[in-house]
Design a protein around this ligand. Structure first.
Ligand code: R1P
Ligand code: URA
Length: 232
């Protein structure tokens, strides 16, 4: 049955789903990595495809931008389409000095200034963290292929424009390496809805340098290869 935001039927999604923010990146991922991809939803232009990778069913669905949008789509995938594992494949603003444009990161935690989960357990600041088995698989993929993946905490912000840059020294002091807008939402919803999740991202912005929109769309292959490794 279709949901308010996903126009698919039960069985249209595989248990494993990749989630980029950008619908065009979802299409590109399906066309580049999947065998026999088919469009399963396009409500609001949020594209979803299902195909196979290495002979196993896999899907991709855009999340849109920000924690509320990610929370809507990931909740509906878990509740109505029996999705068991989600990997967000997104772009990241790098803040750690050792990062370069195009580097790949797996988020071992996600701090946030969003109030979305503030009252889920009254009086408690929840730690938003990935599934350890999935995190281990992407690290092992890096070791097996000789490709570098940085593992560290992200800061998931509600504000792409007008970010409070005075936060950066504090974030760095506590080991944070980059910034996105969805990882904490995905990790929180995963615990709430009972699926496993991981965020893998490409560094698209650094202080003083950034990728163009075309580069953001194109420099995704390494990140998606890591993301798919989490499902193996
Ligand atoms: O490239 P995506 O996955 O959209 O991720 C990042 O890019 C968007 C901001 O430009 C936010 O969604 C942020 O998290
Ligand atoms: O600077 C950036 C880049 C990607 N995503 C963000 O949230 N911020």
């Amino acid at each position: 049955m279709a949901t308010p935001h996903i126009g698919a039927e039960p069985g249209d999604f595989a248990p494993d789903v990749l989630m980029p923010g950008d619908p065009r990146r979802a299409k590109l991922i399906a066309e580049t990595f999947f065998d026999s991809p088919r469009l399963v939803t396009e409500v609001r232009g949020i594209l979803g495809y299902t195909g196979t990778f290495n002979g196993k069913p896999v899907s991709v669905l855009a999340s849109g931008m920000g924690m509320p949008s990610m929370a809507i789509y990931s909740t509906e995938l878990a509740r109505f389409f029996d999705v068991k594992r989600i990997v967000r494949v997104g772009t990241i603003g790098g803040i750690a000095p050792f990062l370069g444009l195009g580097d790949v990161i797996a988020a071992s935690a996600a701090h946030t200034n969003s109030a979305m989960t503030a009252e889920w357990v009254p009086g408690v600041t929840l730690s938003h963290a990935p599934d350890f088995a999935m995190l281990r698989k992407v690290v092992e993929h890096g070791e097996a292929t000789g490709k570098t993946i940085h593992v560290g905490p992200l800061f998931t912000t509600d504000s792409f424009y007008n970010p409070d840059t005075s936060l950066v020294p504090g974030l760095l002091k506590y080991g944070t390496i980059g910034i996105d807008m969805e990882a904490a939402g995905l990790y929180a919803v995963a615990r709430k809805e009972g699926f496993d999740a991981l965020m893998v991202g490409t560094v698209s912005d650094l202080p003083g340098s950034e990728m163009t929109a075309a580069e953001r769309e194109a420099t995704f292959e390494n990140m998606v290869s890591f993301g798919l490794a989490a499902f193996q």
